[in-house]
Write a protein that binds this ligand. Structure first.
Ligand code: ES4
Ligand code: ZN
Length: 327
């Protein structure tokens, strides 16, 4: 209980959250009404009931369908501002949200619609909530590399407002190597690099993200525990892992929180962080992820709580001066 309070009340960074994954069913219905979009669900409860996933793809199908109600600059502002207010309540001081441009450009909604909204919401978060924001433009790995290169081109005018490049969507069959050119160009543009790897995919995908994409964080990475040599390397390099416990349970990556391998990853000396991924779909924001995990795992106590919170701030891409303020 004492540790749970420490976890909830302490300043922390959220390093793995998809802004489209913070779209709550209530907002889906409100935006559908505002935009004259019809939904194949009777009400909010019916939609929530559909959030029963068997794997990553079964989730992604609903996640991309949910995006369809996002049409105007106001929609994207409302989405991001609602999330920032929610994050501030969990004492998040720094957030590095992903956004998936291709889930919008495919519907004819371009950077000129969502970027001004994201920039304004971030500015307001800084001014009114003291919440620091760094946007990560994420490309969809189930689509061709050429599409990702075009997405990077479209992002170029907004570079001042971006901190990194990410890689998400269907992992199996879409190894990191497919995006070598995209990540090389993003690096030339001055972006930090992260990639989802070792969520559903094998440890080899974590290696590919490190060696070919040259990422500075691994998103998920929980399957690294299947490869002892990789574990030793991740520990030696202090490579941050942005682990999302409730996501892993909801997507059947692990059977339940009690069997999550996060304590073993921490004990092996890896730089682990706890994050919320798609909180509107997975049943909890960052403090829910922390407190539910600790409640389910007797091996987690105050030392682990302190390590996870400090890791989150250290692994952020915030300027060193900002980090010095928090750590
Ligand atoms: C995602 Cl949990 C997860 N994995 C991969 N791609 C994603 N995009 C949004 N959530
Ligand atoms: Zn994710």
């Amino acid at each position: 209980e004492r540790v749970a309070h420490l976890l909830r009340a302490s300043p922390k960074a959220e390093l793995h959250v998809h802004i489209e994954g913070t779209l709550e069913p209530e907002l889906i219905f409100a935006l559908a009404q505002r935009n004259g979009v019809s939904l194949p669900y009777a009400d909010v409860q019916a939609l929530r009931k559909a959030y029963a996933f068997s794997d990553l793809q079964s989730f992604l199908d609903l996640y991309y369908a949910g995006c369809d109600v996002l049409r105007t600059e106001q929609d994207f502002f409302d989405l991001a501002w609602a999330y920032f207010q929610r994050a501030a309540r969990d004492h998040v001081v720094r957030v590095e949200p992903f956004f998936d441009p291709q889930s919008h450009t495919v519907r004819g909604v371009g950077f000129e619609v969502f970027m001004p909204a994201f920039i304004q919401a971030a500015q307001r978060a800084q001014d009114e909530l003291g919440l620091s924001v760094g946007w990560i433009v994420s490309v969809l790995r189930h689509l061709p590399e050429e599409d990702a290169l075009q997405t990077l081109d479209a992002a170029q005018p907004w570079l001042d407002h971006l901190i990194g490049i990410g890689l998400d969507s269907s992992e199996r069959g879409n190894p990191p190597e497919k995006f070598a050119r995209v990540f090389a160009r993003a690096r030339e543009m001055g972006l930090y690099a992260v990639a989802h790897a070792g969520e559903e995919g094998p440890p080899a995908y974590v290696l590919g993200a490190l060696d070919v994409l040259k990422v500075e964080r691994i998103d998920h990475g929980v399957r690294a525990s299947e490869d002892p040599a990789l574990m030793q390397r991740l520990a030696r390099e202090q490579m941050p892992l942005t682990v999302c416990p409730l996501s892993n349970v909801r997507l059947c990556v692990v059977p339940d929180l009690a069997q999550h391998n996060l304590p073993q990853l921490l004990a092996a000396g890896l730089k682990v962080t706890v994050n919320s991924d798609d909180p509107a779909y997975f049943g909890g924001y960052i403090n829910d992820n922390l407190t539910e995990l600790f409640a389910a795992q007797p091996a987690l106590g105050a030392p682990q709580a302190y390590a996870l919170l400090r890791n989150s701030l250290e692994a952020s891409f915030a300027a060193n001066g900002d980090k010095a303020l928090w750590i």
